[in-house]
Design a protein around this ligand. Sequence first.
Ligand code: AMP
Length: 430
Amino acid sequence: MRDFLPERMILRNWVAHQLRTTFESFGFEPLDTPAVEYADTLKGKYGEEADKLIYSFQDRGGREVGLRYDLTVPFARVVATNPELPRPFKRYQLAPVWRAERPQKGRYREFWQCDVDIAGTTSPLADAECLMVVAAAFERLAFKRYTIKINDRRLLTALAASLGVHGEAALGLFRSLDKLDKIGEAGVRDELATRGIAVPIADDLFHFMALGGDLGRMESYFAVRGTNDAAAAGIEALRTIDEALQASGVGRDFYAFDPSMVRGLDYYTGPISETSVEEPRIGSLAGGGRYDTLIGMLSGRDVPATGVALGFERILDVIEELGLQPGGLTRTVSEVLVTIFSQETLGESLALARDFRAVGVRAELALTGDRLPNQLRYASRRGIAVAAIVGPDERAASEVVLRDMASGEQTRLPRALAADELVRRRPGQT
Ligand code: AMP
């Protein structure tokens, strides 16, 4: 868990603003939920390993509670307990979540997730829209390259069935397959062997992987093995997603069907996705999928739903490592330091600061009563671009001196024009 000092926060706020703007451009509505949920709501949704990472405790009233582990389960609870919500219900949420992880690069104990979810429709178009949001967000953040890997849980189930692997053994097979990126084919084969899965089955598994996510070839594979029915819905969903992404301008360079991608969490039931960049190597930047039974686990009535979570911290790490911060972003929120020349001119300085704020210029008043050179030094140290000075001469002439703190250049101008001049000098303005 980390502190974020102002310079960091300015970048974080900017990124959050870009994400909110993207989400709203697709018609997602804002939603917020408490940090704490009943432990019963959280437990038994993510899978055995993940459940162990939930921060849970007893509150003062003896209730078993926990810090939210993601934003999907709280969203599912909101949908389960508010049946009057419109369908489909589309919401976004940017909020911290907590996991008792072993921290490392890109892995924190407190981190923000930025989720969009759609409840109330089984249409694969909704799954596709979540991926369009990921693409639109990354485009807005000037990410040149990223890959959205797409798969469908139903294909994985059909695959296991076609291999004659069922139940717990199938889950074990998926867990090993999920590590393909990290440990390679040989590593996965070793693991399968220790799980008691015979070599011919592993051969068949990698034969399927060699189809490289080609939808037509995967379909033929299932047809030959007589498991086409189980796979059909998955293949059809992926086809719709494929067409929808292309028609909305997300090119094939940015997504790929990957039959080995599993995603850890238990609650997924349909299309799943994971987005990453090659450089820097930081793990997935976003992940999500369809979870048609999760809301039913909380209310007894199934409501189909799908969504995606963008990992805010990793997105920031990438922006900082690749230097994608926007040019106009400053180190400080203050655009001008209004200095105080002397006790006699204090009223002038206060009025000037108010005039600046009235037109939206972020004006900080020098509060310490230091000598003017010290006030200017403070402006430099803080990275404030301009200092405004009103001495007795300027006051008499209704003028202001604007000092550019980088060049030291001073401009004397009528007070009434000073705010406009500051707006004109803003970074990115010409
Ligand atoms: P998940 O809820 O595990 O599917 O994660 C969704 C996204 O959240 C991932 O793609 C990551 O970008 C991000 N994420 C997950 N765990 C962490 C963590 N411990 N620290 C920072 N970001 C994380």
